[in-house]
Design a protein around this ligand. Structure first.
Ligand SMILES: C[S@@+](CC[C@H](N)C(=O)[O-])C[C@H]1O[C@@H](n2cnc3c(N)ncnc32)[C@H](O)[C@@H]1O
Length: 217
């Protein structure tokens, strides 16, 4: 077992986080106990940051005690791993537009008290303007204007020098254009506001997706 980043380990080919709530897991998830500590296996086929880690990400901007704005939290799968990593001193503001996904997210937040569920549209930061400024913004919203959504949220909520992370889904931006061309086009928009720390193609875990880590200028 070796430490990849603070709060993230690799063991027998799997990525692990330490389970913040012992015994708590989703149906499909695997729990492992190593030296008396319970860990959760983080599946790169179901979570894009885990895919980027498998593909050799060099630095991970979600850290212990971090305050995170998560756009497109869905049922909280990836957010639950961020919750393990940040621990009880951190907080995740999980924004999700779907009522259906929100029902599951609220169930998860009852157990994981470091996630605050917010039923809102990530295109309209005014809907959750009350949240505090954050250390990192993660966006996984499959929308044509997903780059603009990230920029707007970072301008509103990200601390100076903070990190942003976006999962760019080429097919949501344009179904016919070559994904490489789409990535170039979105990166050009992002570079106006951010320095690029890392840009990772996450195939074979997700087709036509990149995970990009950025630092606000
Ligand atoms: C690919 S899924 C997210 C999966 C999740 N990030 C995970 O890894 O566990 C995208 C989510 O974004 C949500 N979404 C789409 N448009 C949105 C918007 N404008 N504001 C907030 N959430 C949005 C969808 O309802 C969906 O749950």
């Amino acid at each position: 077992m070796h430490l990849l980043f603070p709060g993230i380990w690799k063991h027998e080919g799997r990525i692990l986080t330490r389970n913040l709530i012992a015994g708590q897991k989703s149906l499909s998830e695997e729990l492992l106990t190593v030296d008396g500590t319970e860990y959760r296996a983080w599946d790169p086929y179901h979570s894009k940051p885990a895919a980027a880690i498998m593909k050799g990400l060099k630095d991970f901007p979600i850290k212990e005690g971090g305050k995170i704005l998560y756009l497109g939290a869905a049922n909280g799968n990836t957010a639950s791993y961020f919750s393990d990593i940040i621990g009880m001193k951190g907080i995740i503001y999980g924004v999700e537009i779907s009522d259906r996904a929100m029902i599951d997210l609220i169930q998860l937040c009852r157990k994981r008290r470091n996630i605050a569920p917010i039923l809102a549209n990530a295109k309209l930061p005014k809907e959750y303007i009350w949240i505090e400024r954050v250390d990192a913004v993660y966006e996984d919203v499959a929308a044509r204007d997903q780059t603009e959504i990230l920029i707007r949220n970072c301008q509103t909520f990200l601390k100076k020098g903070g990190y942003a992370m976006i999962a760019i889904k080429a097919r949501s931006i344009d179904v016919v254009k070559n994904p490489k061309e789409i990535f170039r086009q979105e990166m050009a928009k992002l570079k106006e506001h951010f320095e690029v720390a890392e840009e990772i193609d996450i195939e074979p875990f997700e087709k036509d997706h990149e995970l990009v880590v950025l630092r606000m200028k």
